[in-house]
Design a protein around this ligand. Structure first.
Ligand SMILES: Nc1ncnc2c1ncn2[C@@H]1O[C@H](COP(=O)(O)OP(=O)(O)O)[C@@H](O)[C@H]1O
Ligand SMILES: [Mg+2]
Length: 316
């Protein structure tokens, strides 16, 4: 693992899990660590752009079509947010997707990498972060190919884990036949309940911290049997989960035992639900600008360090 320029995308085939929230706060954290960072809003709905003060989803200015197909300089798409990082706001993305779907575009999944990310990464920017919609389109494929690194947010809901499993099985596993796609971190988001009782938060944290089937889904395309929910021979559940669940959200089976016997107080695992996230969105600024003292910012700093390192550094 090395600190080097890196692109990372946030693909989850499900809405409302906190993709845009995590993309926003992660980019902001990278910027506050002194990294030159640009955020690409690739969701046609443009929620992320709106939340940073760029609400126009269509217009006459240059868009990705000019860069991907007409040879325009990618820097022309970039806006300064005034928050220490840059943004390519969502603009005309339905049309961009339509254009990419047209058959005469050869190697249509590599356009973003070739014409946008490669020229800027390591030159103008240390990090490129891409926010994606909850359903698949051509730009989703482009973002995966261009980034080859993903962060997967999961929030406590009945379908959240299913969302990870689907995303990995449908998007990441198949792509791994052709290129390395690293899951840098699975990030629980929006937690608000106790975990020493039978709650959705507990269910989520227990799954990402103990389940072999979940660990297997993270190794989609790398020898895991997704149907049976089993890891390849020689892989241990705890080692795979150590590699993918950030230390701030990692609870081992022994720790669960101590929580359940009352030996250990149940921890409030991040990232917590905080109304400041929604308020910051309404104020059109990142969380750190709205509430510099928010107790969840430190975890985005940890996530930024994981992105810089290219994965979770072994601690145990
Ligand atoms: N940790 C959190 N605490 C409180 N609200 C949150 C948190 N994470 C996300 N939200 C809110 O939940 C909603 C959905 O989040 P969003 O990031 O837009 O999801 P997605 O991009 O996956 O659709 C937004 O209104 C957002 O402000
Ligand atoms: Mg979103």
């Amino acid at each position: 693992m090395t600190t080097e320029p890196r692109a990372v995308s946030i693909p989850m085939l499900k809405g409302g899990l906190g993709k845009s929230t995590v993309a926003n706060a992660l980019t902001d954290a990278l910027a506050r660590r002194g990294r030159e960072t640009v955020l690409l809003d690739l969701d046609p709905e443009g929620h992320l752009s709106t939340g940073l003060g760029f609400p126009d989803r269509d217009g006459d200015g240059p868009d990705y079509r000019d860069v991907l197909f007409e040879g325009a300089d990618p820097i022309e798409l970039v806006s300064q947010t005034g928050f220490g990082f840059d943004l390519v706001p969502a603009r005309n993305l339905e049309e961009v997707n339509r254009h990419l779907r047209r058959e005469e575009v050869l190697r249509s999944d590599e356009q973003l990498r070739t014409h946008f990310v490669d020229p800027l990464l390591g030159e103008t920017y240390d990090y490129v972060v891409m926010d994606l919609p909850g359903s698949r389109n051509k730009l989703t494929n482009n973002a995966l190919v261009a980034s080859r690194n993903v962060v997967l947010p999961v929030s406590p809901s009945a379908e959240a884990i299913h969302g990870v499993e689907r995303t990995v099985a449908k998007l990441i596993g198949p792509l791994r036949q052709y290129m390395d796609v690293e899951i840098l971190a699975v990030v629980p988001n929006g937690l608000r309940r106790r975990i020493d009782q039978d709650t959705v938060d507990r269910e989520l944290l227990e799954t990402i911290n103990t389940s072999e089937a979940f660990a297997a889904s993270l190794l989609a395309g790398r020898g895991a049997d997704l149907e049976a929910g089993t890891l390849p021979d020689g892989e241990s559940v705890s080692a795979v989960l150590d590699d993918h669940v950030p230390p701030f959200a990692r609870i081992t089976p022994e720790e669960w035992d101590r929580i359940d016997t009352g030996e250990r107080e149940a921890p409030s695992v991040p990232i917590r639900h905080r109304s400041a996230f929604t308020r910051a969105y309404r104020e059109r600024c990142p969380l750190s600008a709205y509430d510099p003292d928010c107790d969840q910012l430190e975890y985005f700093d940890e996530l930024a360090a994981i992105v810089e390192a290219g994965g979770i550094e072994p601690t145990r």
